[in-house]
Design a protein around this ligand. Structure first.
Ligand SMILES: *[C@@H]1O[C@H](CO)[C@@H](O)[C@H](O)[C@H]1NC(C)=O
Ligand SMILES: *[C@@H]1O[C@H](CO)[C@@H](O)[C@H](O)[C@H]1NC(C)=O
Ligand SMILES: *[C@@H]1O[C@H](CO)[C@@H](O)[C@H](O)[C@H]1NC(C)=O
Ligand SMILES: *[C@@H]1O[C@H](CO)[C@@H](O)[C@H](O)[C@H]1NC(C)=O
Length: 479
């Protein structure tokens, strides 16, 4: 029996606090004490024989029997100063025989000087790249680590944004959400008197990939010279960016900017095609090219046309109109509108301008706003150039009509179809021979899209009108 209990005592499961019999002695001392202690602190080990009330001589021993101290009392307390060498297995013994359980003491070095290191360093990465942050300490053992991203504690689950292990935080594929301020806190793993050390903040920058740049240009007058102000910009990306301007494939200007766009001035001449301009947006790791744009400045000229779209109220009466001004040529036109030869201000109670003045919307056609509308065009970059005016178009309010939805749908479809097939031929012929016509033979069908010009229309402008405006075909009835 005694032998098997002795065997149990030797097994590590019963080392903590079990009173055992050794060598037939009646006294089984019990040792209690901390399992961890800070370096240079004091620890106390208590030894006693439970239930024994007379003084005994206790020895505190360590590891393979090294005697540390001897005390005589019924229960004894050994107080030790913790040094680097204090680590080990402690037990107490009675001089009369009898040995206690073992207490394994670990020496903990208080944490100090936490800092963050990053890979790469500095922590500036592109989307999809890997980031590793390490929490380093200048001193300290038995540590655990806490991570903070934008002051929120980072936990590895449930999101799989980060991987945490030991003192390392890893991001395998960085995204925008990983950018921000990081810090870590290291702490000693102690039950009481836990010590902490926190790192400074480290800003992680996650750069976005750039999108394809877009090139546009405007023209401005510098004395008597014409300059193209060429803008190159990306929708997406992270500054700083480098933009290059290429003319016919040759790099001619370069700018580094802390924004998503840059502009370049380049001399141009009216009518001369200065070549194809492209721009390149560049970062440390990649570059993208814009589509080419011809640096062409065509002056305003030819016939000026006004295209009208009538807008109807619920009863089918014309109550509003949209007028679009189209010069035959001109890449940088400026527009001006007049009613009965009185120029219209940019804003009014019953009209509004859109697309840099190219479109005039008459919101209420009344006695005051009805009349002859004209638009005039000139080069926006040359204030000396003369205005080219369209002919006047008469805008007036018309009475409403009763809507027959089925037939309107049929007519709209017919109109659209015949436009597609016959290139703009009215489908009145089909309509007048069809059965639908029987009850409404006095209908007139109008395209609301009317082209009015002051002379011969420019072929390209007409074509554009038909293809674009056909989609807004509306049919008007008069009963
Ligand atoms: C024994 O311990 C008690 C308190 O634990 C103390 O008062 C007493 O002085 C000690 N006796 C000796 C001989 O050290
Ligand atoms: C406009 O006219 C003024 C004088 O009339 C002249 O000095 C200026 O160069 C002209 N500008 C352009 C762009 O032609
Ligand atoms: C050129 O255009 C940009 C906007 O695209 C503007 O910010 C800049 O001031 C313009 N430059 C000149 C000289 O007008
Ligand atoms: C413009 O002139 C037309 C025809 O002369 C006239 O009917 C209309 O009332 C005038 N409109 C304005 C606002 O003066």
């Amino acid at each position: 029996m005694g032998g098997s209990v002795y065997f149990l005592f030797m097994s590590p499961f019963v080392l903590t606090g079990l009173v055992t019999q050794t060598g037939g002695s009646h006294f089984q001392p019990v040792l209690s004490g901390p399992s961890r202690a800070y370096l240079r602190s004091r620890v106390q080990f208590h030894c006693e024989v439970p239930g024994w009330t007379s003084p005994l001589t206790y020895e505190l021993r360590k590891d393979d029997g090294y005697l540390i101290a001897t005390e005589v009392n019924t229960t004894v307390t050994f107080s030790l100063k913790v040094t680097e060498g204090s680590k080990g297995k402690y037990y107490c013994r009675l001089t009369t025989g009898g040995q206690s359980n073992t207490v394994h003491l670990q020496v903990v070095i208080p944490v100090q000087g936490a800092s963050l290191s990053s890979e790469p360093d500095p922590p500036v990465i592109y989307e999809g790249e890997r980031l590793v942050l390490r929490c380093l300490v200048s001193r300290g053992t038995h540590l655990s680590f806490m991570w903070y991203h934008n002051r929120q504690e980072v936990t590895s689950s449930p999101s799989e944004l980060y991987r945490l292990s030991e003192n390392t935080l890893t991001v395998d594929r960085a995204g925008e959400q990983h950018a921000g301020i990081y810090s870590c806190t290291a702490q000693n793993q102690m039950d009481v008197n836990t010590r902490y050390s926190s790192s400074r903040n480290l800003e992680v920058i996650v750069k976005k990939f750039i999108s394809s740049p877009r090139l546009t240009f405007t023209v401005l007058c510098d004395g008597s010279d014409l300059l193209a102000n060429i803008s190159c910009g990306v929708e997406r990306g992270s500054p700083p960016l480098t933009f290059l301007l290429l003319l016919d494939g040759v790099e001619i200007q370069e700018k580094q900017v802390s924004s998503l766009n840059a502009w370049f001035l380049q001399p141009v001449s009216v009518r001369g095609n200065m070549g194809a301009a492209r721009c390149k947006a560049k970062t440390e790791i990649h570059q993208l090219m814009s589509d080419p744009v011809n640096l062409e400045v065509v002056p305003v000229g030819g016939v000026v046309q006004v295209m009208v779209t009538h807008l109807y109220d619920a009863d089918g009466g014309v109550t509003a109109a949209r007028l679009r001004c189209v010069p035959a040529t001109g890449t940088f036109p400026a527009f001006s509108w007049s009613l009965n030869h009185t120029s219209l201000p940019a804003e009014g109670d019953s009209h509004a301008l859109a697309q840099h003045g190219q479109i005039l919307i008459i919101t209420h056609i009344t006695a005051v706003t009805a009349g002859f509308y004209r638009c005039a065009v000139r080069d926006s970059f040359n204030h000396n150039s003369s205005w080219v005016e369209s002919s006047g178009i008469h805008i007036q309010k018309t009475a409403g009509f009763r809507v027959v939805p089925m037939e309107i749908m049929a007519l709209v479809f017919c109109g659209f179809l015949s436009m597609v097939i016959a290139g703009g031929t009215f489908c009145l012929l089909w309509n007048s021979s069809g059965g639908i016509e029987k009850h409404h033979s006095n209908h007139e069908v109008h395209q609301t899209e009317t082209i009015i010009d002051s002379g011969l229309p420019g072929a390209d402008v007409c074509l554009e009108t038909q293809t674009i405006e056909m989609k807004t075909l509306v049919v008007e009835f008069e009963v």
